[in-house]
Ligand binder design. Structure first.
Ligand code: DC
Length: 221
């Protein structure tokens, strides 16, 4: 049986940074499920699909095969065979991913792939529904959060470091809108699983959060 850690939480809580670090320290694989929704979203953006046109999205998603692979220890997401890692991090793609992920048909296909992968791979998987739906039997479940102000500031710093101009207040509003959509959708909303450990990273460093998760792993073992 494989060893699985589930990490859920809102956008910008630090899930991917932390999960990558924990994966490295434990020698297990990091699986970023958001990248799968983003790849699907990229396909919809390329096809100029209206994010509110559910029927069209369901029809288009039958044309899409999203798969994950690993190259040089890094996750690669393929959209119909094309490596789209470099194209899925834009805000526009994240917003489309959040919009299409409310649709059950979109989720069904991706969740099945995630479950198949986790069944044969020791991994730490992050997303919104990992502890509640994808891996209800995970060995450890973490719900990682931080205040929307802190998350917006982190995103702001990330973008300004890349030389992109941005507005902190707008980022905060976008984050809160995305949280609301992710938490209030009918299918698999973002919520803390009953048996998940809550970690608030607002006033913690990356290393402190990673250490905390590693200590929970030891306790569980
Ligand atoms: O984690 P992220 O920002 O890359 O995710 C992008 C969007 O995909 C997010 O707003 C909601 C959706 N998502 C989801 O519904 N379920 C997951 N397991 C992962 C992401």
């Amino acid at each position: 049986m494989s060893y699985n850690i589930a990490v859920d939480g809102p956008a910008g809580a630090g899930k991917s940074t932390i999960a990558k670090l924990v994966a490295k320290k434990m020698g297990i694989v990091y699986v970023d499920t958001g990248a799968m929704y983003r790849a699907m979203a990229l396909y919809m953006l390329r096809g100029n699909v209206d994010p509110s046109d559910e029927e069209k999205i369901i029809e288009k998603c039958k044309e899409v095969d999203v798969t994950l692979g690993h190259e040089d220890g890094q996750q690669v997401v393929y959209l119909n065979g094309e490596n789209v890692n470099g194209l899925i991090r834009r805000e526009e793609v994240g917003n489309m991913a959040s919009a299409i992920s409310v649709i059950g048909e979109v989720r069904k296909n991706l969740v099945a792939k995630q479950q198949k992968l986790a069944a044969v791979t020791d991994c730490i998987m992050d997303g919104r529904d990992i502890g509640t739906c994808v891996l209800p039997g995970a060995d450890l479940k973490i719900y990682l959060t931080a205040s929307s102000e802190v998350r917006a500031k982190r995103r702001y710093d990330e973008l300004t470091a890349k030389g992109q101009e941005c507005d902190l207040e707008k980022i905060r509003r976008d984050i809160e809108e995305r949280d609301y959509r992710d938490m209030h959708r009918e299918v698999s909303p973002l919520k803390q699983a009953e048996d998940a450990v809550l970690v608030d990273s607002s006033h913690m460093t990356i290393d402190e959060v990673a250490e905390k998760i590693l200590s929970y792993c030891e306790k569980k073992a």
